[in-house]
Write a protein that binds this ligand. Structure first.
Ligand SMILES: C[S@@+](CC[C@H](N)C(=O)[O-])C[C@H]1O[C@@H](n2cnc3c(N)ncnc32)[C@H](O)[C@@H]1O
Length: 224
């Protein structure tokens, strides 16, 4: 069964996902040039799996996420807000703390947040969560996409501080950012093994053909 969360529509064709859409929080506005589509007088934005690893993971079978309209999300590595914007459609009554350490990149995210009031951009290093400890709240979902060699360490550090006990955490991994000399499958195996020291439940989604040498790890049940 495909993912069933608020403000998300999955269109299937021949029993396969054909399109993933989110209900546009700001009708008439496209964020990164994505198509806008009308269904029952409501406007949806096409969530491009080649532009967002979360959309790619949904295409590749991610079907369990507990997001509600009022959920709190901590997003690490927000960039200009492509994926953040779709999450902002989903948690239309919630909040997204969007961490990004490049001021140049954050500028676009600030422009996005002026229109989308549920995004709070924060200029900070995800490796130093004490920089935003007094701003971000306990979260239902942590999403991390920072392409750093120590990304598992960063992920666990943030989960320990911000993830609610019943919360879920998603880690996007680009194998080359961890070890260029190893085959992606070996890197992902090592990451999975490392994550299993900290989480009770782990599911792995290979993001090809949408993202080469990338995998997304779904984690739940942080071991305290
Ligand atoms: C691959 S991009 C993220 C794309 C984004 N997740 C999306 O789907 O729209 C990675 C981003 O993480 C940021 N980044 C890398 N290391 C970081 C860190 N330690 N703290 C905060 N941001 C970081 C980079 O500046 C970059 O904008």
């Amino acid at each position: 069964m495909p993912l069933d969360i608020p403000n998300l529509k999955i269109i299937e064709k021949n029993n396969r996902i054909n399109q993933v859409l989110t209900k546009n929080l700001i009708p008439g506005e496209s964020v990164y040039g994505e198509k806008l589509i009308k269904f029952n007088k409501m406007e949806y934005r096409v969530w491009d799996p080649k532009r967002s690893k979360l959309s790619a993971a949904i295409f590749k079978g991610l079907h369990t996420l507990n997001l509600k309209r009022d959920s709190t999300i901590l997003y690490l590595g927000a960039a200009t807000g492509t994926t953040v914007s779709h999450l902002s459609d989903i948690v239309d009554k919630g909040i997204i703390f969007a961490i990004e350490f490049s001021p140049f990149v954050l500028y676009n995210l600030v422009l996005l947040a002026e229109k989308r009031k549920n995004i709070l951009p924060i200029l900070a290093d995800a490796n130093k969560p004490d920089e935003y400890y007094n701003i971000a709240l306990a979260s239902d979902l942590i999403f991390q996409d920072v392409a750093q060699p120590n990304q598992v360490e960063i992920f666990v550090k943030n989960a320990r501080l911000f993830l609610r006990p019943e919360g879920e955490a998603l880690l996007s991994v680009k194998s080359r950012s961890i070890d260029v000399s190893l085959k992606p499958g070996k890197v992902f195996h090592k990451v999975n093994k490392e994550l299993s020291k900290y989480f009770k439940e782990i599911k792995q989604y290979n993001l090809e053909p949408f993202e080469k040498d990338h995998a997304l790890f779904y984690c739940k049940g942080l071991k305290y």
